[in-house]
Structure formats: structure tokens, C-alpha cells
Design a protein around this ligand. Sequence first.
Ligand SMILES: *Cc1c(COP(=O)(O)O)cnc(C)c1O
Length: 407
Amino acid sequence: MAELYIRTDLTDLPDERGYFGEFGGRFVPETIMPALDELENAYAEAIADPQFHAELSHLQRTYTGRPTPISYARRLSEALGGAQVYLKREDLAHTGAHKINNALGQGLLAKRMGKRRIIAETGAGQHGVGAATAMALLGLECHVYMGSVDIRRQQPNVFRMKLLGAEVIPVESGSRTLKDAINEAMRDWVTNVEMTFYLLGSALGPHPYPMMVRDFQSIIGTEAREQIQAQTGQLPDACIACVGGGSNAIGLFHAFRDDTATELIGVEAGGRGIESQEHAARFADLDISRPGILHGTRSFVMQNDDGQIMETHSISAGLDYPSVGPEHAHLRQLERAWYTLATDEEALEAFQVLSKLEGIIPALESAHAVAEAIKRAPTMPRDSVLLVNLSGRGDKDLDTVISILGE
Ligand SMILES: *Cc1c(COP(=O)(O)O)cnc(C)c1O
């Protein structure tokens, strides 16, 4: 099956300082710099080593269940009366989402580097569960930082992580949510950098993380590009994915980057609407979102006039983050990718439509991508093809949906 994407083209991004155009880079305390250099070198060695690819690819096949299939959404396509909609089924990967792709890749790298103590951050607990799962498999020690507000909201995932042998460390600073958990994880890394590997969950953070996470997730697009051609005889007219930090989207987009006839569309969380200012649409609301630095990288950041980070809102915890991966900021600036949004309400509607018409309950995050397909397909000819990344399954969201829709 598809191999990890190895950078052979020197014009490919990021550049050697970790920049995607004017975004990305490395904005961290001096004490972390040597650790990032060590990581970058170890990663470069790993991806040049066929043994590393073989090991990762073996786990992807025998543990994660890759390749995940592509499903033709026949009834949805008929109902929409335009483009034919295909779903890349990351919901069928072990643990029910794409996050395992990155957790296994970084876990194998940590092992190779001889680091047995893994730290991670989590918001809703999805990356925490992915990390705890991979570390259980690889026999590494796992500590997950999580805001105390999120711990209260996400009890089942907290229990899952503990069951998988991870330690969950409550974070009481700031808003006691994801961004505070990332701050604490970075603080831990500075203190324990010798023996610790920081397993970052999205295509964010200081170089080399955005590149490394993209590479580990690019299996999604590499598989999908072959599969869609085998099933339809053509490349898709558009690829659609939801964008939180941006890892599932960049994982899908990357394989299509040179297929300029294929539109790349990222969908952000529109929350309660742009006017409400309760959303996480970093590219849509340019009154409160502009280039800035958060968690070690330069990208679009939702901030007030004083540069204080804004609170965000989304019905889906995985999209609820005030910044976005730097490569997306670059793709947007190049106009290679386009970014739009779906509101909570539209995502909730798409969640129900896909369940009823296809027998697939999507994650609320993924439902944002489905919502865009529902808007776009009817405007397209019947022989056109839309490829939607179904980043995860929706079982984790049933409580949220029931509390809104009633029993
Ligand atoms: C975490 C998560 C996301 C958002 O993260 P990205 O890095 O933007 O992919 C989307 N879908 C699911 C199912 C998730 O768990």
C-alpha cells in the first residue's frame, strides 16, 4: 500500500527553517530549541530508513485497519441531485478517527529515539485517546495534559485514557481548556526534555511538527487518490475536509496538491454564526483573526486588539481552537485551497442527514465537511465527483446531540 510521502523535491515546503511562505517557523523558548533540532534530525533519519516505513506500514495494515475504504454515498448523491459524493472512511480506522495515524507515527519515532516518556495534550480527549492507544501498543509511558473544564465535559474519554494506562493531568490555568493544556505540555517538555517526547496532535506547533504531522496523515490522501480513480476513473472535482488544527484536511489535500483541477476546500467551525463572534472561523472573520503567534508557530490567530487570544466556540470540540495549522494559512494565501464554514446548526443537520441516508453516524467535526458537500453538490453537474473526508465516527457525540435535539 501507499508509503509515507518522502520529500524529494527541494522546492517542496516547508523550507529548512520550517516556513510555509510567511507562516510556520519556530517561536519557542531557547531551552526547547535543542529538543526541536534533535526531533527534526531523528525524523529526517527515520523517513530515510526503509525499516521505519516497513514498521509503520505493518501497523497501519494489521492494527489500524488501513487502507480505510472509500464509500459511494448513493442515496445522499441522489437526494442532492448534482455531484456524486464519495466518503473517505477514516471513521473506520481503529479508535474511530484519523488521529491514530499521527499517534502511531510519532510513537514509533519516540521509540526509535529511545524516549520512553510521552506527553500529549488533549481538548475533547480524542488525541489523548489516540496517544494512549498507541502508547499501550508500543509499551511507552503516556501522560496527557487536559484542562479541568474539559475533564468534566469529557468523562468517557478520560476513563478510556486511564483504562489504556495513561495518566491524565488536570490543567487549572487560564480557561482550563485545550490551549492551556498545550501550554502546560510545553512547560513539561522544557523541564524534562532529556527523556521526554512531546506527541503533538495536529498540524500545529513549532517546526518540525506541522510537516511531520502532515506526513503521517498524508496516507489519507495517498490512499484516497488511488481509490477514487479506481472507483470513478477520474480525479475528484473537489476534496472537502473539516479544519480544526488542520491535520485531517492537510492529510487529504497533500496528495492532490499538484492536481490543480481538483479544488481543495477546508471547512471551519462557524459556531453560532460570524456575527455572534462565537465560532472558530479563523479565516472567515478577519475582524478578530489575523496573523500572529500561538504555540510556537505563526499563523492566523483569533485575538483581540491587545493580542489576547479569544475564546472560541463550536458544537464540535475538535474544531474549537483559536489558531490553525500554518500550511493552511499558506495554501489560502496562494489560493490553492479555499476555506469556508458550517455553523453548529448546519453541522447538526448534516449529522442527521448522513445517518438517515447512508447509515453512517459521522463525528460532529466531520459533519461540517458533509454540510459543505450538501451545499455544493446540487450546484455541480451529475458527472462531477466530490470527495469528503469523514475524519471520525459520531458515537462520541451522541450525548451532545441528544442534549440539543432531545430524546
Ligand atoms: C480532532 C478531530 C478533528 C480536528 O482536528 P484536525 O487536526 O483539524 O483534523 C476532526 N475530526 C475528528 C473526528 C477529530 O477527532
